[in-house]
Write a protein that binds this ligand. Structure first.
Ligand code: ZN
Length: 367
């Protein structure tokens, strides 16, 4: 097996500035200056772990290129691109007031989109068997006319459309594991019956009032958006059940030509922005199931693009486990936090989680 791997040092230079977590620092409100939750560390440390353990030697490095205006406009409005272009000289916000960026950030965001596109192209071309794009800023909340939720450009949606345009890929399934709703990707493909978007997330975290099972796509796309909101506290057992009862059956019904994964690691037990309990071993299992589904359904063609995950200490072990699965590493690197996290109470499926999964299960017939 060969696994493509995208990373660029500039991804760590995207500057979200001084914040109190996700709010602007403001002494008048008691908001002490600190970091933005979406800072470089979690992702940079993923890359450093991949290098330090030698995993990088098992990967095929793919160099990202900047996405062109033409590619960005496959998804975004000219107005959104014009705003980002103007703010590239000064720094600004991607559109929702919660997505700050520094000078030159559009250049880095172009490189993130281009990195994801490079990964998808390499898999479709057979240059590599599968791929992981470790990019920043993230993309799955960005809408055609605005950035949102730390996202400037819709990395996966743009790259999916670009590879579809250049390579003629037919049916694409996007599985979003980020703990927040993949609203942007869902919105871009809402009317498209050739693109199945599946989002597994914590119920009503971000965006507010988004990601319900009732959001199912529109027009010809009805049935091809699938949301699986899970209760807070869901761990490895609940996610595994969700995969077996909803995600994998949905993929089998859809029969994609290519599977894309929005790899967010903020469903881990110590993330500052959510309350789930998926551990590195849980992510390892989920990635294995997705890889097996890809082998069964589309010749193994699967590519992952990194999204959220905000604990800089633990996220690296989760992402490392996923990349090991893609590279078919026989002797996985041990998660040193496993003894603390893997056996916490209620890691196994709980009845109220099973009930939430049943709601999404009932929607499979429309695919
Ligand atoms: Zn997230």
């Amino acid at each position: 097996m060969s696994t493509g791997y995208v990373y660029h040092e500039l991804y760590g230079w995207h500057d979200t500035g001084t914040h109190a977590g996700l709010l602007p620092a403001d002494p008048r409100r008691g908001l002490q200056p600190f970091r933005h939750f979406e800072n470089a560390e979690a992702k940079r440390r993923v890359h450093e772990l991949v290098v330090a353990t030698g995993l990088v030697d098992r990967l095929t490095r793919l160099a990202p290129r900047p996405a062109t205006d033409e590619e960005i406009l496959l998804v975004h409005t000219p107005e959104h691109l014009a705003r980002l272009t103007a703010a590239n000289e000064t720094g600004g916000d991607a559109g929702d007031g919660g997505s700050p960026f520094g000078i030159g950030a559009l250049d880095i965001a172009r490189l993130a989109v281009g990195g994801v596109t490079r990964a998808f192209e390499s898999v479709v071309d057979g240059e590599v068997d599968n791929a992981y794009a470790l990019v920043r800023p993230p993309g799955h909340h960005a809408l055609p006319d605005t950035g949102m939720g730390f996202c400037m450009l819709a990395n996966i949606a743009i790259a999916a459309r670009a590879v579809r345009a250049s390579r003629g890929v037919g049916r694409i399934a996007v599985v979003d594991l980020d703990v927040h709703h993949g609203n942007g990707t869902q919105a871009v493909f809402a009317e498209d019956p050739d693109t199945l978007t599946i989002s597994v997330h914590q119920d009503r975290v971000f965006p507010p009032n988004s990601g319900f099972t009732t959001e199912r796509g529109t027009g010809a796309g009805h049935g091809y958006a699938l949301n699986l909101p899970l209760p807070p506290g869901t761990g490895n057992g609940g996610y595994l059940e969700a995969f077996h009862r909803v995600v994998l059956p949905a993929l089998r019904r859809f029969r994609p030509d290519l599977i894309l994964v929005a790899a967010g690691f903020d469903a881990n037990p110590v993330d500052p922005l959510a309350r789930m309990m998926v551990t590195a071993s849980g992510y390892r299992t989920l990635a294995s199931l997705l890889l097996e589904a890809a082998v069964e359904l589309c010749g193994g063609r699967i590519a992952f693009a990194h999204e959220g995950g905000y604990d800089p200490v633990y996220v690296p072990f989760c992402a490392h486990a996923v990349i090991e699965v893609l590279a078919c590493v026989e002797q996985p690197f041990e998660d040193p936090f496993g003894p603390n996290f893997d056996n916490q109470g209620q890691q196994e499926l709980q009845p109220h989680q099973s009930a939430a999964i049943a709601e999404a299960e009932a929607l499979l017939a429309d695919i």
